[in-house]
Design a protein around this ligand. Structure first.
Ligand SMILES: Cc1cc2nc3c(=O)[nH]c(=O)nc-3n(C[C@H](O)[C@H](O)[C@H](O)COP(=O)(O)OP(=O)(O)OC[C@H]3O[C@@H](n4cnc5c(N)ncnc54)[C@H](O)[C@@H]3O)c2cc1C
Length: 412
């Protein structure tokens, strides 16, 4: 790096591209470091409610879009086969390369170093990053956007971190595994499981019709520490398909997913800033994050561009301002509420979870949507949680207040 950049971004995923592009748009001199070329395809598929994308004017980034969006919260059984709960709003899958291109075009001119950040040392004025190949890079502020596993960001140890685990198949099937043209957010029907399996931590099906005979079916566990093993998820998916007499005839892609849902918030006094998974921005109730990047990236970049205009400020002061802008007290409190909610849900058995989600999705649309997208102001969010409590049957209320009764230890 010839001169010291204003900001060095570590990472080449959605969070890195988002913050690099937003800063660049505001005239900040940005560089980046990532092990792979920043236009290399991303491995994950990213889903989002279409209205969440509409809020930021980017609906054109969807590759697939469904209006028939449903969940199943019944136990199952022949009579209940199609007791679906319609969500009444559209859901979509990002066109990953279009999302990547959108950010890269806005970051045109940003220098990307193809390398891995190994050591990060903050000094009074600048921060130095040493790469795996021995190169040293300096910037007034370093933003770690290298994902939730980063070793560079300090955060309190609050015990085991619960992970959302999922095993999925994009493929062709002997007959449609779900109704044609449909998106299934959560299928909690469980009549394909043995009694013993039903006493173990519950999982649900997340599935969609991708068109031209291709479907994506994914067995998912909301959150558990440690995460549900892939072989258990795979076996449950197979049982689900067997019960419907559906065979997989072609596997186009397998998805193995595990990411933390309740990662503690970072220590916000450290002189290094973070963004994305590294900054614990995954929504603890839903596991989604891309919408939050698109909403929060511009505000963070604006706050940083303003403080960077003062040349007297060094890494510590810049990072402090960044943390305040990224995690203002309002968002910290909302995050704590979500984490409390998740801790309760994690102890629920399958029957309680089904009752919980059926009650949750009976809330007015703007309430459940606002809750899931973290777009309700704190007083409104608290109101929604109280309303949910009031609507809940007694057994569920007991679980929400006291936590569920201890579950038998799973076999895995
Ligand atoms: C399988 C899966 C499915 C998901 N689906 C959704 C979804 O549908 N919707 C949604 O909103 N969220 C989803 N998430 C959650 C979240 O949005 C993703 O995890 C998202 O990829 C996180 O973005 P990120 O940029 O913070 O981290 P990552 O995507 O993990 O990117 C980290 C980047 O940093 C780079 N890196 C790592 N270490 C270093 C280093 N030392 N130096 C330099 N670079 C480094 C990596 O190469 C990578 O480019 C999903 C997560 C997973 C795992």
């Amino acid at each position: 790096m010839a001169d010291t950049a204003d900001v060095l971004v570590i990472g080449g995923g959605p969070a890195a591209l988002c913050i690099a592009s937003e800063l660049h748009q505001r005239g900040v001199v940005v560089e980046g470091i990532a092990p792979n070329p920043v236009d290399a395809p991303w491995p994950n598929t990213y889903g989002i409610w279409a209205d969440e994308l509409k809020m930021v004017g980017l609906e054109q980034l969807l590759e697939h879009r469904w209006s028939d969006t449903v969940s199943y919260f019944g136990e199952g059984g022949i009579k209940a086969q199609d007791q679906s709960h319609g969500h009444g709003i559209d859901y979509g899958l990002f066109d990953r390369s279009a999302l990547q291109r959108y950010w890269l075009e806005r970051a045109e001119g940003v220098v990307w170093h193809q390398d891995t950040a190994e050591r990060v040392e903050a000094g009074a004025a600048t921060t130095t990053v040493t790469s795996a190949s021995g190169v040293t890079l300096q910037a007034r502020l370093v933003i770690d956007a290298s994902g939730s596993r980063t070793p560079h960001i300090r955060r309190p140890d609050q015990g085991p971190v619960a992970g959302q685990a999922a095993y999925g198949v994009v493929g062709r099937f002997s007959k449609p595994p779900i109704e044609a043209g449909r998106f299934v957010l959560m299928d909690y029907r469980c009549d394909h499981l043995s009694e013993e399996q039903r006493s173990e931590p519950p999982t649900f099906l997340y599935a969609m019709d991708l068109g031209e005979g291709v479907f994506f079916v994914e067995e998912t566990s909301l959150a558990l520490a440690p995460g549900v093993p892939y072989d258990v998820l795979k076996q449950r998916l197979q049982q689900r398909l067997d019960q419907r007499a559906v065979e997989i005839t072609e596997v186009i892609h397998e998805e193995f997913c595990l990411f933390p849902m309740n990662l503690p918030l970072p220590d916000r006094s450290q002189p290094l800033l973070a963004f994305g998974g590294a900054a614990s921005m995954v929504h603890p109730a839903s596991g989604y994050m891309v919408g939050a990047l698109l909403r929060r990236g511009p505000d963070l970049a604006q706050a940083l561009a303003e403080v960077l205009a003062n040349p007297a400020l060094g890494s510590e002061a810049l990072a402090r301002r960044g943390w305040q802008a990224l995690w203002p007290i309002e968002l910290v409190l909302r995050h704590q509420l979500y984490q409390f909610g998740l801790s309760r849900l994690m102890g629920f058995n399958e029957a309680l979870l089904r009752t919980h989600f059926a009650t949750f999705f009976s809330l007015p649309r703007e309430e459940w949507f606002g809750f899931l997208t973290n777009t309700l102001p704190l007083p409104r969010l608290m109101g929604v949680m109280l309303r949910l409590f009031a609507l809940s049957p007694w057994e569920l209320r007991r679980g929400l207040v006291l936590g569920a009764s201890p579950r038998k230890k799973p076999r895995w």
